[in-house]
Design a protein around this ligand. Structure first.
Ligand SMILES: [Zn+2]
Ligand SMILES: [Zn+2]
Ligand SMILES: [Zn+2]
Length: 232
């Protein structure tokens, strides 16, 4: 609490405008320094992990057999999306190699080209199944009581559903495809960087409400940053 009073005093002396500029500068310097010191380390460790995983999965596309030294051409396609815990290329980079291997066991190693074809085929199949669904099946599966007219309109709407950003076909009930959704969430995020949050936790002695006040968010958001976003 003593700490907090000291900060407020400094803030009072500086005035609100100078204070927020000072905070902004400090935040930038700190995260730039972190990025400079760690970027090479982070990138090379991620690359090494991906290379190890590609080798673990046989080192070639499991659909067309393409073999390449360039790991970037490969994706991990989850055979059963229900068993997917995380996307290996998107958010798996910070997990241990052992954990990544467990996830990779649920996947096909495919080149980006084949991956696109696989998802195109999955989507075509989904549309085909929906087209062939009867009114009776639909009503009993959804617990609704649609007329034939309503049912046909609903079907067409679902079939034509596309991502608002990239216009890819998506499942009903969503605005964006998974990839665009992740990008959207990232863009919307205005909270602290990981480095800044660690600094705040030390500064405010793990007081989440104090951090919440600093960023003008709820304590729940702060807990989310700590546990989910940065896994501190
Ligand atoms: Zn392939
Ligand atoms: Zn896939
Ligand atoms: Zn999209």
């Amino acid at each position: 609490m003593d700490n907090k009073r000291k900060i407020s005093k400094k803030r009072l002396q500086m005035g609100e405008e100078a204070w927020s500029e000072y905070q902004r500068q400090r935040k930038n310097n700190k995260s730039n320094r972190y990025r400079l010191n760690n970027s090479e380390k982070v990138i090379s460790s991620r690359r090494k992990k991906k290379k190890a995983l590609v080798e673990y999965k046989g080192g070639k596309c499991e659909r067309c057999g393409l073999k390449s030294e360039i790991c970037d051409i490969y994706d991990f396609h989850h055979i059963d999306p229900n068993k997917k815990e995380f996307g290996i290329s998107q958010n798996g980079k910070n997990f241990s190699l052992e954990k990544l291997k467990v996830e990779a066991d649920k996947c096909l190693l495919v080149c980006k080209n084949c991956h696109a074809v696989i998802h195109y085929e999955i989507n075509q199949k989904r549309i085909h199944e929906l087209r062939n669904k009867s009114l009776l099946d639909f009503n009993s599966a959804t617990g609704q009581n649609l007329s034939y007219q309503e049912f046909t309109e609903r079907k067409e709407k679902i079939i034509k559903q596309v991502c608002t950003e990239c216009k890819e076909d998506i499942k009903t009930g969503r605005k964006r495809c998974k990839i665009c959704h992740e990008k959207y969430i990232d863009k919307k995020y205005t909270g602290p960087t990981k480095d800044q949050l660690i600094e705040d936790l030390a500064l405010f002695k793990n007081n989440k409400s104090a951090i919440a006040r600093k960023y003008n968010v709820s304590s729940t958001s702060v807990s989310h940053w700590i546990k989910v976003r940065y896994k501190l």
